[in-house]
Design a protein around this ligand. Structure first.
Ligand SMILES: N[C@@H](CCC(=O)N[C@@H](CS)C(=O)NCC(=O)O)C(=O)O
Length: 206
């Protein structure tokens, strides 16, 4: 059985757990915190969580793992099969990861752990986040799902990216990162009702 190495405070671990639940793939969880120990770096080369342990070996990076899950079990695909629709979903996911989530994370230490970041970092984060959100706003479909008519991986990235980015933006800049995107807010509210996400949120709240 596939084992997910990760921790419940990690939005990426939770995103990945949602992928397993959506696809109905059995799995076990192994509690691991990000670390730089040699034996963990052999499994996840940046020392990040999550990674998975399969019979063939370890895989890190949430997107690579989600893609692997679609290949080992085509039921309930996380990514569309049509080439263009698939590429557009991945485009949306990449912008969310690179231009929203990673940018917001520059202020993670202060927003979540109370360790101040410099004014330069704050200013650059606010500026770059505005740009990233504009890109995201141009691409997101909400028709009714993030990348189009079907639920998929892009929706899970929306839900778990903004789960973190909203908290950081609120704490650092005192504003709602989704204020100009009410349709994304409604999507997130609907996603919160999905069985996979409810299961994860309920377990994490316990
Ligand atoms: N690109 C990675 C990001 C994973 C990630 O950032 N995980 C966080 C926890 S949510 C982590 O391990 N952080 C520790 C670190 O950055 O060293 C993925 O897609 O899985």
């Amino acid at each position: 059985m596939i084992r997910i190495h990760g921790m419940s405070r990690s939005n990426y671990t939770n995103l990945l757990k949602a992928c397993f639940l959506e696809k109905g793939i059995e799995h076990e969880e192994v509690k691991v915190f990000p670390n730089q120990e040699d034996d963990y770096l052999a499994k996840s080369p940046m020392g990040k969580v999550p990674c998975i342990e399969t019979q063939a070996g370890f895989i890190s990076e949430t997107f690579a793992i989600a893609d692997y899950l679609d290949h080992i079990n085509p039921d309930n695909p996380l990514l569309p099969t049509d080439a263009f629709t698939r590429a557009k979903a991945i485009e949306l996911i990449r912008h969310l990861e690179l231009d929203v989530e990673l940018v917001a994370r520059r202020c993670l230490m202060e927003a979540v752990f109370g360790k101040p970041v410099s004014e330069e970092v704050k200013a650059a984060t606010e500026k770059d986040l505005a740009k990233g959100m504009q890109a995201f706003g141009r691409l997101v479909v909400c028709g009714p799902y993030a990348a189009g008519a079907e639920f998929g991986l892009a929706d899970l990235y929306v839900y778990f990216t903004f789960g973190l980015a909203s908290v950081i933006t609120e704490k650092m800049f005192g504003r709602d990162i989704l204020a100009d995107l009410p349709n994304v807010k409604s999507l997130i509210a609907r996603l919160a009702e999905r069985d996979s996400i409810r299961t994860i949120e309920t377990a994490n709240a316990a």
